[in-house]
Design a protein around this ligand. Structure first.
Ligand SMILES: [Zn+2]
Length: 310
């Protein structure tokens, strides 16, 4: 199951590498043949998207490695680290666009009408990127991969930038309002910075073992309370490893139970959770005698879940 998922992530990354290489290569060739610096520059810029796609490809290989003594939880989180890395690349692209559009606002430059070939290539590139972005978005969602979703957003941003360039040309050449070109670019750059911030935020949550999803907490409390002879399930903590979850919690059982009986209860809880909640990597249940009082680290009790919903 997990093996198949990772194979699909690697395949999607290959599609992104090949798609972006084709786009960059055709732009560079057309740029050289037509002598259009704009197309050539766009082609070289697209080359950076080959690098982001290569990052997801290499990471796909890394997350396929089994757990070992150094990484006993395996490598699933490499996906999250790669997504964070992409958020920096996206941030950089947004900041670059913001700076150049603000410069243009302060010192407006005379814009030339690019050659027809440049406009066609931009159109072709928009379609190509749109298809890639859509494909990666669907794969990222279905495979629950933050890095594929981040790369999809990266492709979407490229589409946005190309469209804003065309709109800017329209404003400048046909409506004689060059200032609107810079303003459009500025809005697009703000959007891109927002996208990078969102990806950055999402990866932080996972890398700090946070989990803001009340549904999975609710679900597990419901399941555990249905298991016989289980009392006071508490201190529930659920952390994510890429698309997988690790569940930790305390339960109380009759103090006179044998180790075997209480272990059987823990096993039936694990079985019930795995049957009803997908993508569980591991479950750790700490068993306490009924009425136990002790100092404990933080964890969620059933009535804490409401706080996550707010
Ligand atoms: Zn406890």
């Amino acid at each position: 199951m997990e093996k198949k998922r990772i194979q699909k992530i690697v395949k999607a990354s290959w599609v992104a590498v090949i798609g972006n290489s084709l786009l960059a290569f055709s732009k560079i060739v057309i740029g050289v043949i037509s002598g259009s610096m704009a197309v050539l520059a766009d082609g070289i810029d697209s080359a950076s998207d080959i690098i982001t796609s290569l990052i997801t490809l290499i990471t796909g290989k890394i997350i396929s490695k089994p757990p070992n003594v150094k990484y006993p939880y395996g490598y699933s989180r490499a996906d999250t680290i790669a997504a964070k890395f992409l958020s920096f690349i996206i941030f950089f692209a947004g900041a670059q666009l913001a700076i150049s559009s603000m410069e243009k606002l302060v010192n407006p430059v005379e814009l030339e009408l690019p050659s027809q070939i440049a406009i066609y290539v931009t159109g072709f590139s928009i379609i190509g990127k749109l298809l890639l972005a859509r494909y990666l978005k669907i794969r990222g969602k279905r495979l629950n991969s933050l890095m594929l979703s981040a790369n999809a957003k990266n492709m979407q941003n490229d589409v946005l930038i190309s469209v804003s360039v065309l709109i800017g040309l329209l404003f400048t050449i046909y409506f004689k309002l060059p200032i609107l070109d810079s303003i459009t670019a500025l809005f697009v750059s703000i959007w891109i910075l927002k996208v990078s911030y969102e990806i950055f935020g999402k990866t932080n949550e996972e890398l700090m073992d946070g989990n803001s999803d009340p549904q999975i907490y609710k679900r597990i409390f419901q399941i555990v309370t249905k298991v016989n002879h289980v009392f006071n399930p508490h201190r529930l903590r659920i952390r994510r490893l890429g698309n997988l979850s690790i569940v930790e919690m305390d339960i109380e059982v009759d103090a006179n139970m044998t180790v075997r009986e209480s272990h059987d209860i823990a096993m039936s809880i694990e079985k019930a959770i795995r049957e009803e909640v997908p993508n569980i990597y591991d479950i750790l249940i700490h068993i306490e005698p009924l009425g136990n009082e002790e100092d404990e680290r933080f964890g969620l009790n059933e009535n804490d879940v409401k706080k996550l919903e707010n």
